[in-house]
Design a protein around this ligand. Structure first.
Ligand SMILES: Nc1ncnc2c1ncn2[C@@H]1O[C@H](COP(=O)(O)OP(=O)(O)OP(=O)(O)O)[C@@H](O)[C@H]1O
Length: 236
């Protein structure tokens, strides 16, 4: 059973399809990265996966169950950060993480472990709104992953993180995948995704146009060649 499957999914905004005919499977135990230029539809694809934008065509299943009417028990096995983080500015870091755990039916016993993993112990008592952007992003990611989800979907998770945060993120994604979760992340940073992804999918003009070998040489060159070839194909 896959962690996430999109079959023939299209959708967008105000009747215009921002994303078309997406076939995508994220297996258990793998990290899949979605890369593409600004405005190519990465965020929209992730929104479509969870019904935040309603698909005009196609089917989505999450952990083997159709996403429409997904039972709470399955939602509880999903961790995502797309658009707004599951975090409140007026609460402290500790309170935010305790709430994220409790919303997913987990005890606060792992709160300390979570603060430690994300190196947030020193800021545990501070209100979120007083933290730097990068530390707020750490809290958002920690909240999304605190309950050890079986499906992880993150939009540009490396945004605003410092190099230490990027390393923690990478380790946490790998840890989830090694524990059998499926992980889907969008990113602009090819070198960053190459370090963590098992597969790199390229998006252009609202469609998936190919895959890159994350361990291949000249990833950047291969990426631009793929995008250019697709652009040329489309104007023909
Ligand atoms: N809320 C919205 N309402 C209308 N159009 C939108 C909305 N969000 C995105 N779009 C449009 O949909 C298209 C795809 O945008 P999307 O944000 O999915 O791209 P992206 O690949 O995530 O871009 P970026 O890398 O810049 O974050 C763009 O043309 C964008 O202008």
């Amino acid at each position: 059973m896959s962690a996430l499957t999109l079959a023939g999914v299209s959708g967008g905004y105000r009747g215009a399809a921002a994303v078309s005919a997406i076939d995508l499977t994220v297996g258990r135990g793998e990290v899949v990265a979605l890369v593409g230029l600004n405005g190519t539809g990465k965020t929209t694809l992730l929104r479509l996966a969870f019904g935040m934008v309603r698909p005009t065509a196609g089917r989505v299943s999450v952990l083997g169950t159709p996403v429409a009417g997904l039972p709470a028990a399955i939602w509880g096995r999903v961790g995502y950060l797309v658009d707004t983080p599951l975090a409140y500015p007026e609460l402290t870091v500790r309170e935010n993480l305790r709430m994220a755990l409790s919303l997913h039916g987990r005890s606060a016993a792992r709160l300390d472990q979570c603060l430690g993993r994300w190196r947030l112990r020193e800021s545990a008592g501070r209100r979120l709104r007083h933290l730097s952007l990068g530390n707020r992003q750490r809290v958002g990611l920690a909240a999304a992953l605190a309950h050890d989800p079986d499906l992880v979907v993150l939009d540009e998770p490396g945004n605003a993180l410092d190099p230490a945060g990027v390393i923690i993120l990478r380790d946490e994604l790998r840890r989830r995948a090694d524990a059998g979760a499926g992980v889907l992340v969008s990113s602009h940073h090819l070198d960053e995704v190459a370090r963590v992804a098992d597969r790199v999918l390229v998006m252009n003009a609202g469609r998936l146009v190919g895959a890159l070998d994350p361990h291949g040489a000249e990833l950047e060159r291969a990426f631009f060649a793929m995008v250019r070839a697709d652009d040329e194909e489309r104007v023909r």
